[in-house]
Design a protein around this ligand. Structure first.
Ligand code: SAM
Length: 245
């Protein structure tokens, strides 16, 4: 089962090995893109999709050998409940795998500056509140607000490992990190930010985004020598893997 499957970037190896995948995501837009992709990539009908919140999984207990959750838990206000639910739907001895890679543009000076500027405009509420309520359900919307206000438990991969070990009494848990350096061109970062293509920007209203971009461009002009200046960015990847009885 892939919790927060998105557009299904990671399921290919499982399909190639003949596995069956149940994908869960609460975004109808993401699932629509995946359905289009699966028209050609799912010839054996190995994939089923469910529109749901991963912290309220509508699935039976003891069903899956593997639950994968990549680049998702940091967006889920009730991430502990999402891990509990994953444990509930896993067969005894099943493996849980959660991980993420920090985006290079997000880690860059401009990405971090964008984040700082966005904090100045207060909590990031979705711009189409009503659409959000209808699409995601009231609890997801309230969850987002709680995250913005700092009222949700803070997620990081240390906290996840501790939670699995101590509260959920996993049989074993491993955490691995990788760090490396990447050189990026600041104009690529500005373009990515301008298009609002980074996940952390999704809850920033468009009007606020325009204001931030205009301040950010001025800031870039004052802080970098030219529009194609290169920047070395430290990137990190995290993975936590564990097995429950
Ligand atoms: C950054 S994308 C990652 C998608 C995919 N796992 C990948 O690695 O390509 C995050 C995904 O998590 C989904 N998501 C966020 N919160 C969720 C929740 N509470 N329940 C289900 N899906 C959620 C989003 O809709 C989005 O598709």
């Amino acid at each position: 089962m892939e919790a927060g499957i998105g557009t299904g970037r990671t399921i290919r190896p499982i399909l190639e090995h003949g596995g069956q995948v149940v994908g869960v995501d609460l975004s109808i837009e993401m699932l629509r893109m995946l359905v289009t992709k699966l028209k050609t990539a799912n010839p054996q009908n190995q994939v089923s999709l469910i529109l749901a919140d991963i912290s309220r999984l509508p699935l039976r207990s003891s069903t899956f050998n593997l639950v994968v959750c990549l680049h998702v838990l940091k967006f889920v206000h009730d991430w502990k409940r999402a891990v509990q639910d994953a444990k509930y739907v896993m067969k005894p001895g099943g493996v849980y795998l959660a991980g993420s890679v920090e985006n290079a543009h997000y880690k860059s000076k401009l990405g971090q500056r964008y984040e700082e500027l966005s904090e100045r405009y207060g909590p990031r509420l979705p711009n189409r509140v009503l659409r959000g309520l209808l699409r995601d359900g009231v609890w997801v919307f309230l969850g987002k607000v709680m995250m913005h206000l700092g009222l949700a438990p803070r997620f990081n991969y240390d906290a996840l490992k501790r939670y699995m070990e101590v509260d959920l009494k996993a049989q074993w848990v491993e955490r691995e990190d990788a760090t490396w350096t990447q050189t990026i061109d600041i104009s690529d970062t500005l373009r990515a930010l301008d298009k609002k293509s980074l996940t952390f920007q999704s809850s920033i209203p468009n009007g606020t985004h325009q204001k931030i971009m205009s301040e950010l461009k001025d800031w870039a002009a004052g802080n970098f020598d030219d529009t194609h200046a290169l920047e070395e960015v430290q990137r990190n990847a995290f993975i936590v893997m564990g097995q429950f009885n």
